[in-house]
Ligand binder design. Sequence first.
Ligand code: HEM
Length: 297
Amino acid sequence: MKRTYFPGITDIVAVTDPAEIRTISNDSRFDRDFLGHGPVRNVQFLRKILRIFSLNGRLFQTILPRTDPSRAAAQEELWSRLNVKADEVKHGPAQVQPLAEWVRGIGTADRLDLLVQQSIGRLFVESFAATDESLGAARMVLEAVSSSNVLKMLWWRISGRLERAKTLLASMVNGDLTAVNAMITARQLIVDGLHKMRQLAADPALRSSITTDAAVDECLFAPAAVFRKAKTSGEVAGCPFGRGSLFILELGSASRGAVNRDLVFLSQSWSHCPAEKWVPALLEGVWTRVSATLHES
Ligand code: HEM
């Protein structure tokens, strides 16, 4: 754990150790209650997150506090609904054929991105059809999360472009902000996974020796990081912290070892991902279909 602390200016703790990430993600002193006062840099950063991951004052579920009155029920409802879909998709039904074709080497990176956004959108609206505009909108919002181009970001903000991008996405999924969020962030993680799968499929020796479970695992990517804010001051794993300290849980690197794969979806945390079964099932379905056609040829 590494704390960067200048009183009143910044108080940020980077957490890379898998065990410490589990501890913090389950310690009730840390939450996603990102509103309120704190060191200037912390407040600036969290305001940006709140602005990007919200629409018309409504926050996306991934940044709602643990105790938000509707969060846990929505998480449970989506988890159950996606698990039914996971059982269907893992056998590689015809609906994953376009993704399988892409993995076999047919199509551009943009085509994959459209297909993945469409697969996510269809979890919420059966007839959802991704377009160049919806993809552009999702990419724009994602770029805003990590961009350090202050002028461009200011322009996107004051011109209303960011809000319009999110509004467009919301209009395609009956205003469901969980769908909007997934089409922005989860889309990229699944796209990264399928790029990896294309590489695996292109290697005949590897393709025939690797198990399906191992192939799926190779293609699962965690978000680079998730955030928590300290509700009180105290100490955790030997690191002192103040009220308002921002903890950056670096899942991307921490989830790499075989024993730390629970961190990909934070499966042991109250905030566990409702798509923790559906995403691996989708990858399994695609791999199964790819393997079947490549064995035939
Ligand atoms: C590779 C794909 C994905 C990965 C690696 C992933 C990972 C995660 C992680 C690590 C969290 C915990 C966030 C935190 O603790 O602050 C999370 C939460 C969440 N994810 Fe995913 N996710 C993926 C795909 C999806 C998809 C496709 C959906 C929706 C269809 C989804 C919906 C959610 C929601 C709603 C939450 C918030 C749960 C809550 O705290 O109530 N995720 N995800």
